[in-house]
Design a protein around this ligand. Structure first.
Ligand code: DGT
Ligand code: CA
Ligand code: CA
Length: 590
């Protein structure tokens, strides 16, 4: 699938156009197209072949032609032309948080900075401060930003790695002689980022597997090739390790290569205590060397006196003890989800209509969906003022009448202003079925102020969910500085939910914070923040994060039936002494 490849080229094109100070609309068009290609469920090559490129949101005739050109020739003439005369390193400067096109151009033209390395050297030596308005603090931030890009390059977000891994698994399953192919490693544990992709195959003909694997079209380089193991570099940059094992060892190998390393160490010690030896080939009785388990994971864990442990829990964070007591939690599953509480439409910065979103939510089998477009302070995101919101809500009600099988909640993703107040007046909020509160400005407030800001928002009776509570963007933006412990306690006190935002670059809360929230008795909401319809499918990533946080369905409000959800929203509103107007849509009423 070349979706990501083309998305990266479009991003590069946007970067270069920004450096050249070109038409902002053209730049935005390339960026939007890149994001939509990334979240596209279908293969762009298939769409091109069937002349259906125009079905991709944000892809007009012009960009469709660019895609066709690239698929046919492997090049983009426009990009080559635009890049002429600009060193590649200058474009890379813009990957550093805090460096926009203007700064990059300045650094290049005035300081002859043509690489991130050179920028680092100058910043470390303090040679930038006092020039072009750069202060010592800015310099320190640049160094932090450089570390962030370097870290980000090393690991791939799960949302990008998963489709690549699945495509490889499907290809391996088709190789003659292969009985089973599975992803292992951090990817199977659904960690938010993965260092590489680990694959495991069982086959009677390993040589054939090696040949097929190293010859796949996705392979950029073969790094290592042995009789039963190989490593390649994927066209998308990530390394992929493959092992072939015998069927009798498949379960043991799957346990071993799924990890984590810490988990493996724990269960190996447990085996020793029972007079057993555990390795990637099986479980063996130490006295006789006889294999007692190995073909399936269930057998391996059972031989150690453990219940089978879901991969998401294998971090040596209490799961081995729980499995020994047969006290593993019932983890939430994708099928438990009854709705999505955070979605955008083209009323603000989403790409589809209310109607299309509702139909897509219905097609996923949801019982309810909340439409939460932006509030006025989110100006770049096309936030709605109170009058526009009233019209928008009326449109939502009209769509609801045409879709009686699903409850459509008229909501808002309302900005939390720097002082902790909300972007709409309480009377406006009271007219909505659900309010998701979010920070989109002044990310650099001091810790105490940001903490007060978030807690104040949670105290507002109309705010039910705190969206993307830390504001981080994986590999791009650090979380803002806030005392999450206090924020969670405020959520608990007011009976509010904190979000696991499933947007692939966010996954916010992450697993560790989500688990802490759970341990404090805070409710969670797992939402996609969908801006295009395909984003609805990222619910899978949010649920994986919830599973890694040991969450069960009871603790996640959007697994609840609409009635229970509505009662919960109303409870917080009425406990504040301001009963909500009985909402007409079922989720908040009935
Ligand atoms: P990553 O790739 O950094 O996202 O994380 P993992 O967990 O996928 O790590 P990776 O790819 O180095 O190794 C895959 C699995 O193989 C790992 O989760 C556990 C197992 N493994 C690797 N090295 C060791 C080791 O030295 N000892 C043990 N017990 N297991 C290991
Ligand atoms: Ca790995
Ligand atoms: Ca590996």
């Amino acid at each position: 699938m070349k979706n990501f490849e083309i998305a990266r080229l479009f991003d590069l094109m946007a970067d270069v156009l920004e450096l050249r100070d070109e038409n902002p609309f053209r730049i935005r068009a390339y960026r939007r197209a890149a994001r939509n290609l990334e979240s596209l469920a279908e293969d762009v090559e298939v769409l091109a072949r069937e002349a259906r490129l125009d079905e991709i949101p944000g892809i007009g005739r012009d960009l469709a032609d660019r895609i066709t050109e690239y698929l046919a020739t492997g090049r983009l003439k426009d990009l080559d032309a635009a890049r002429k005369g600009i060193p590649a390193g200058v474009v890379e400067l813009m990957n550093v948080p805090g460096i926009g096109p203007r700064t990059a151009r300045l650094l290049y033209e005035k300081e002859r900075v043509t690489s991130v390395d050179r920028l680092e050297t100058l910043a470390r030596a303090g040679k930038l401060r006092g020039r072009h308005g750069i202060q010592a603090k800015t310099e320190a931030n640049l160094l932090k930003g450089i570390a962030l890009v370097r870290g980000g390059q090393a690991r791939l977000p799960l949302g990008r790695a998963l489709p690549l891994a699945r495509e490889l698994v499907r290809a391996l399953e088709r190789v003659p002689g292969v009985a089973a192919a599975r992803a292992a490693g951090s990817l199977r544990r659904m960690k938010e980022t993965v260092g590489d992709i680990d694959l495991l195959v069982t086959s009677a003909r390993p040589a054939e597997v090696m040949r097929a694997f190293t010859g796949l079209p996705q392979v950029a380089d073969v790094l290592e090739r042995g009789e039963t193991k190989a490593s390649i570099r994927h066209r998308e940059g990530i390394q992929v390790d493959l092992r072939v094992v015998e069927p009798a060892s498949f379960g043991a190998a799957l346990v071993y290569f799924t990890g984590s390393k810490q988990h493996n160490i724990r269960i190996r010690a447990l085996a020793l205590k029972r007079g057993l030896k555990l390795n990637e080939y099986g479980v063996f009785r130490e006295s006789t060397g006889r294999r007692v388990a190995g073909a399936t994971e269930e057998d391996v864990y059972a031989a150690l006196g453990l219940a089978w442990i879901p991969p998401e829990l294998r971090e040596d964070a209490g799961e081995v003890e729980a499995a020994a007591r047969d006290a593993l939690p019932r983890l939430v599953e994708l099928g438990d989800v009854r709705g999505d509480l955070h979605c955008h439409t083209n009323a603000s910065d989403g790409h589809h209509t209310i109607e299309a979103l509702v139909a897509a939510a219905e097609a996923r089998g949801y019982e309810y969906v909340a439409i939460t477009d932006h509030s006025p302070s989110a100006r770049v995101a096309g936030g709605l003022d109170a009058r526009e919101l009233a019209t928008h809500v009326a449109r939502i009600r009209a769509v609801q009448r045409k879709h009686p099988r699903i409850t459509v909640l008229a909501g808002s993703e309302c900005d939390i202003l720097p002082d902790g107040s909300l972007d709409y007046a309480d009377e406006v909020l009271a007219g909505l079925d659900l309010v998701v509160g979010a920070v989109h400005s002044r990310f650099k407030q001091p810790r105490a102020q940001m903490t007060r800001r978030l807690c104040a928002a949670l105290a507002n009776p109309y705010v039910s969910v705190l969206a993307h509570p830390t504001g981080r963007l994986l590999g791009e933006r650090e979380p803002y500085d806030a005392d999450l412990e206090q924020v969670f306690r405020a959520a608990k006190r007011h009976g509010k939910a904190v979000e696991i935002n499933a947007y692939p670059q966010r996954l916010d809360l992450g697993d560790v914070h989500a688990r802490r929230a759970r341990d404090l008795g805070v409710l969670l909401a797992v939402d996609t923040d969908a801006h295009v319809l395909d984003h609805l499918a990222t619910m899978e990533l949010g649920i994986a994060t919830a599973r890694r946080a040991w969450l069960g369905p009871d603790e996640i409000v959007n697994t609840w039936p609409a009635r229970k959800l509505g009662a919960w929203i109303r409870r917080a509103r009425s406990e504040a002494g301001r009963p909500a107007r009985p909402a007409r849509a079922g989720g908040a009423g009935r």
